[in-house]
Design a protein around this ligand. Structure first.
Ligand SMILES: *Cc1c(COP(=O)(O)O)cnc(C)c1O
Length: 413
């Protein structure tokens, strides 16, 4: 617990850094300046013109390192390389550690598997009653509707399934998954993910959502998608008008760094919000991308400006070949400590570790309860100040405060 670093009067340097990170910019046209507006703003054009091999990367990014070139060569034997032209334009060619670049440009380091890394790090396959469905929690299921994404995150938890990496037998008919959900009345929440569900055509997605809505016990629908940040052009008024018919429908988007929140993304998220879709964001804690409290604070504040509630920050799963992007849990807790109390409560996400082997998401928090016994709870606040909350042993508040205040006993954790 560090005291706040405020040097009276003047705004602290991190304040200016946050302001700069929070400015909204367009991704611009970059290399594609002669493409017509109609094409550039067409999501199918963006998909068709994705960067998918080492030679294209080298041509577009003269600062590509040998490590990246070799990584890109290897990628297509494992998790595919694909970057939309729109997202590619966010890369800073002068910065080898550009937070955008690290997320989508492969490195040879991806082919090194640390001893504790796995191909199915959160044990999804063992909780899969039918292909394409993960039923881990009592009342909700994860429904994998496609194995394709608009672009591929190098730290993808599902790299064993997506981009046809291992010849995963994908079932686009959904009959088995829907039959399972219909046969299990305890399932009240269906989370569509993949791959990216928004890669389906409007018609296909509408058909799937209708079939799910026709099941009386399905109360709540969610879509997990990285398309608003990889391909904001996909968020058309037609798509929003269609999604609107299936409320209550929420969306979890995925952004890791404030630079991903461009004017294009802000507009796309605004269209979703205007369609009445509550938006949450999921970030993955990544080395040199967002493992820094200043960057993370700017990011969560900027998300609120995009009408998105920061929902989860994930500790990076133990996916094979991700060691170069992983940060320590200690650093994650430190970042959470720099958020809670220091900024809007709505901007503070829950930090979680998706337990290796299939335990599900476990919240990880800084310690604020210093001790708790029959008479009192000893707390510390975000500034590190100590407070007492007295309680009688039967739970009713005490009429008198306890006589003496000793040193708080520290938790044994
Ligand atoms: C993350 C996840 C969910 C949804 O969890 P929430 O905490 O409700 O967001 C559901 N099923 C699986 C398998 C998941 O990994």
């Amino acid at each position: 617990m560090q005291p706040e670093n405020i040097s009276g009067g003047e705004e602290p340097p991190s304040g200016r850094q946050i302001q700069t990170l929070k400015e909204f910019h367009s991704a611009g046209r970059g290399f594609w300046s002669d493409v017509s507006d109609v094409d550039w703003n067409d999501w199918k054009w963006q998909l068709k013109h994705r960067i998918t091999n080492a030679e294209q990367l080298q041509k577009l990014l003269p600062t590509l390192t040998p490590e990246e070139f070799a990584g890109a060569k290897l990628a297509n034997t494992k998790l595919a390389l694909a970057i939309t032209p729109y997202f590619f334009n966010l890369i800073d060619p002068a910065d080898e550690n550009c937070p955008i670049r690290l997320q989508v440009i492969p490195k040879v380091a991806e082919s090194h598997t640390a001893p504790w890394e796995m191909s199915d790090p959160v044990g999804e396959d063992s909780h899969s009653p039918v292909p394409g469905l993960v039923h881990r929690y009592p009342d909700r299921v994860l429904f994998l509707v496609t194995d394709r994404c608009a672009a591929y995150c190098r730290y993808c938890t599902r790299s064993r399934l997506v981009s046809n990496a291992t010849g995963y037998d994908f079932h686009p008919e959904f009959d088995k998954q829907i039959a399972y959900i219909a046969a299990h009345p305890e399932i009240r929440d269906v989370l569509l993910s993949g791959g990216d569900p928004l890669l389906l055509s409007d018609d296909k997605l509408e058909n799937l959502l209708s079939r799910l809505r026709a099941i009386p016990h399905v109360e709540f629908l969610r879509i997990g998608s990285r398309i608003p940040t990889f391909l904001p052009q996909r968020i058309t008024p037609e798509l929003c008008a269609m999604l609107k018919k299936f409320h209550p429908l929420f969306m979890s988007v995925h952004s890791n760094h404030p630079r991903e929140l461009t004017t294009e993304v802000r507009d796309a998220l605004g269209r979703l919000a205007d369609a009445g879709i509550p938006l949450g964001n999921q970030s993955v804690l990544l080395k040199h991308v967002n493992d820094d409290a200043v960057v993370m604070k700017a990011h969560v504040q900027k998300l609120l400006m995009c009408r998105v509630k920061p929902y989860y920050i994930y500790q990076c799963d133990l996916i094979s070949g991700s060691a170069h992007l992983r940060t320590s849990v200690r650093q994650g807790v430190e970042i959470m400590q720099q958020l809670r109390g220091h900024t809007t409560g709505y901007a503070v996400p829950q930090y979680v570790i998706d337990a290796p082997g299939g335990g599900g998401k476990v919240p990880v928090n800084p310690e604020y309860v210093l001790s708790h016994n029959a008479d009192r709870v000893v707390l510390r606040n975000y500034e590190g100040k100590i407070f007492e909350y007295p309680e009688a042993s039967d739970g009713t508040p005490l009429s008198k405060p306890p006589k003496e205040i000793e040193e708080p006993e520290l938790c044994k954790c």
